[in-house]
Write a protein that binds this ligand. Sequence first.
Ligand SMILES: Cc1ncc(COP(=O)(O)O)c(C=O)c1O
Length: 411
Amino acid sequence: MTSASLELAQTLDAKDDLAPIRALFECPDDTIYMDANSVGPMPKAVRGKAKGLLDDWVHLRRRGWSQRQWLEMPSLLGDCIAPLIGAAPGTVVMSDSTTLNQFKAVTHALALRPDRKVVLTQNGNFPTDVHVLQGIAKVSGGRVTIRFVDSEDEAIAALVAGVAVAALSHVDYRSGERWDMAKVTAAAHRHGALAVWDLSHSAGAVPVDVGLADADLAIGCGYKYLCTGPGGPAYIYLKPGLGDDVWPTLAGWMGHADVFAFARDFAPHPGVKKFLTGTPLVGADELASAILDVWPRVEPAKLWAKHRSLTDFLIAALRQECGSLGVTVNSPDDHARRGGNVSFSSPGAGSVVEALIDAGVISSFRKPDAIRFGVSPLVIRHVDCWTAVQRLRRILAERIWQLPKYEKVSV
Ligand SMILES: Cc1ncc(COP(=O)(O)O)c(C=O)c1O
């Protein structure tokens, strides 16, 4: 790339096919929203959905189930995001939290491999993903054990007979490094193991294709790059035909093959709908339904190309403008290895993130020294990347982050 500049940013933005989508989102003029944390960009329509729900709640009464499609919403939302992860219609549902879906996915994989006991995961995996595995191991009374690895090569080497499931994050939440899903899944399958992927930091930003990679199950957060709004539901994907007759561990009435038969005995719905548990979370689903008017307008290939352009530009700008001030980029140079956020290390990282908030740049901090700029191609422009880097540069150069008011670091 020629050197990063405001002019280059403006030229790149002028060619942006996705620019009109930005108007569908809350983008306050004084804020550059790059939070890679739990709260992704929010569609403007979420406000209307929330108000509509509260205003209509009493009047809708039972009719919400038919008029607002409350029962169908987990599948409607799942189908809406399916193209972003390379999944066929009917293979994804949105419901519950990522934590719960990790439990459902991993226990399902274990049920499909009853004679094996090892679950493979990353040392650096997000804590909740690991805690779920530790909970499963603890209650299994010794049947299930966890094997930790640090790198993709180590994972491939560790995928030997006896491993039941590789439960991995597609992208490292701290460094932003993306794993090769197809390669690791193929290694798992060679030895009879199944692969469960957490796509929280990739889906909605970078290319994901669970079909091409032959992934067995996948899960992820809705509220990050998929823009389901505050507290939005998570999702779960199940490869078509994988263990249709196998019960989900969390068997609930919404996962029954015939919900309104009110049968005493459980019978699993074929496919991914068996993972539905109880009454849909109507409030969260209503807010999330704003995405039904967003994602169908977005061609995934254009989304991914824009993410590549934005993050190439951002990384170049960070090095050029802030390299001499102690900033080093953690995210890989190769876009095929990059996740949704750009991660970099900085002196005083936690305090820098606080000072950035006052400067109108919302980012996130991960101990010990990583700052993450979440790059959602639906709202972030190249000029935003340039402006964010200029504000960072000032905070570092003028040592603004050392002011006492930035000493206390929030999560
Ligand atoms: C990779 C990953 N998995 C899971 C979660 C959180 O899951 P939950 O929504 O259940 O809290 C996060 C949160 O940031 C995450 O980064």
